[in-house]
Each structure stands twice: as C-alpha cells, then as structure tokens.
Write a protein that binds this ligand. Sequence first.
Ligand SMILES: C[S@@+](CC[C@H](N)C(=O)[O-])C[C@H]1O[C@@H](n2cnc3c(N)ncnc32)[C@H](O)[C@@H]1O
Length: 243
Amino acid sequence: MRARKKKHGSERLSVLSALLCRNPEEIRKNPSAPFETSLPLRLEIGCGKGDFITALSARDTEYNYYAMELVDDVLVAAVEKYASSRGLGKLGTHGGWEAPDGTLYRETWEIPLADRGNVRFLNGDAKTLSDFFPDGTFDTIYANFSDPWPKKGYEDRRLTAPAFLDLYARLLKDGGTFCFKTDNVGLFEYSLETVRASKFELTFESWDLHASERAATNIMTEYERNFSSQGMKIHCLEAVIRK
Ligand SMILES: C[S@@+](CC[C@H](N)C(=O)[O-])C[C@H]1O[C@@H](n2cnc3c(N)ncnc32)[C@H](O)[C@@H]1O
C-alpha cells in the first residue's frame, strides 16, 4: 500500500503512544503485560487502517489483540480509528488529540490503563515478530490482503512464504489457527501450496468467502470492502498447527 504522507503523522502517533508497544524486550517477557486483564492473544499482521482489528476486537472481547503495521503513516489511521471507536476522543480541529473531557493533547496522553481496551499496536515488519513474542503466544494469527509480490525473486516477502509460515507455527499455541484472506488468485494459489507443504493442516478453503457459510461471521477489511464492491471474489484459507 502506498501511504499518502499524513499531516503530522509521527506527532499524531506519539499522542496516542499509550496504545503502541515499542519495546520488544518488555513484551517478550510477558506479552499480556500491556493489558489490564490477561486473556488469550490474537495477532493481525499488516493491519492497514484498522477496520478489521477495530471490529474484531469489539466483537470478540474474550481476547486481547496485537495489530502490526509496517508503515507508520498507515498505522496512525488504525490507532486513531480504534481510539475513537472506544470513546477515547477524536482528532483536534487544529491538530492534537481531543480527549472525551475536552482536554487537547499535543504531546503524549497517558491514557488510563482501564480505558486502553484490548488492542495494542506495533509499528514494524512481520519478520521481526519473534523479537517481540515468545513461541506459543497466540491463539490466532490473521493476515488480510497482504501484498502479493508477484515478481520472481520477491517470493520471500509474501506473508505466506515458507519462512513466514514457520514463524507463525512457532508463535502460535498448539491448536492455534492462521487465517488468510486475499483477492489475488496467484497469491492464493501460492499460499495454498505453501500451507499444504508446511507443518499446518489446511482446515478451511474458499475461493468465494462471501458466498460461503463463513459470510455471516466474516469481518471485512478496508481492502476487502473495496475489492468486493468491484465484484471481485474474496479467497480465504485457515490452517491449524498441531505441535
Ligand atoms: C494491501 S494492505 C491491506 C491492509 C488491510 N489488511 C486490509 O485488508 O485492508 C497490506 C498492509 O500490510 C502492510 N505490510 C506489508 N508487509 C508487511 C510486513 N512485512 N509487516 C507488517 N506489515 C506489512 C502494508 O504496509 C499494508 O498496510
């Protein structure tokens, strides 16, 4: 995704830095430490502007969530979307962040832990995930509409390349699930192949998710809404790791 430069992107992120985790060593010691309550954990990789993580975390409240995004100017949109959806205020008309009590924060707002909710955001590359999390951390890992990297020589960057699947297999608990959605036929075919050749067991496959039995419980991402409104089919796979 090419991100348009956000006005004051880094200042905007730092105001809401209470919702970000920047120190891998701290999380690695205890991935539940940033949350008020210790709950099973889920991870979304490449969360984009945050539609999926915001809706999923509001629906499935029996989990805590991490959402990772490579590009800070995209992440800022996800963090702000999540914060306003949780009643934590809104962007100030002339900059800064306006808390619900009307206070305008231009630097870090130390949001009380009880108000931070069940999502924390990471600004980084999926290949660094094991710096943040010990093996067996997650119940579920989601990757939605990740970049297809279609050219030869770039296969290793696909989020379903064998090395990434090995990483997810380690980060998931025994019985944990990897969930993947894409509109891209080539990437989906590639992902079915790499999953079948991996330690995962393929447990669900659909070439037309919105016409499948999962449609009713599916949560759409911003890319998914856009592609499906153009009549494109959404492909989905789920795979379980048994250790
Ligand atoms: C095509 S967008 C999809 C965004 C969102 N998941 C959706 O479905 O609407 C892919 C996102 O993944 C992020 N991304 C790509 N490679 C990544 C990586 N290695 N680690 C973390 N995020 C990554 C990109 O910056 C981009 O925001």
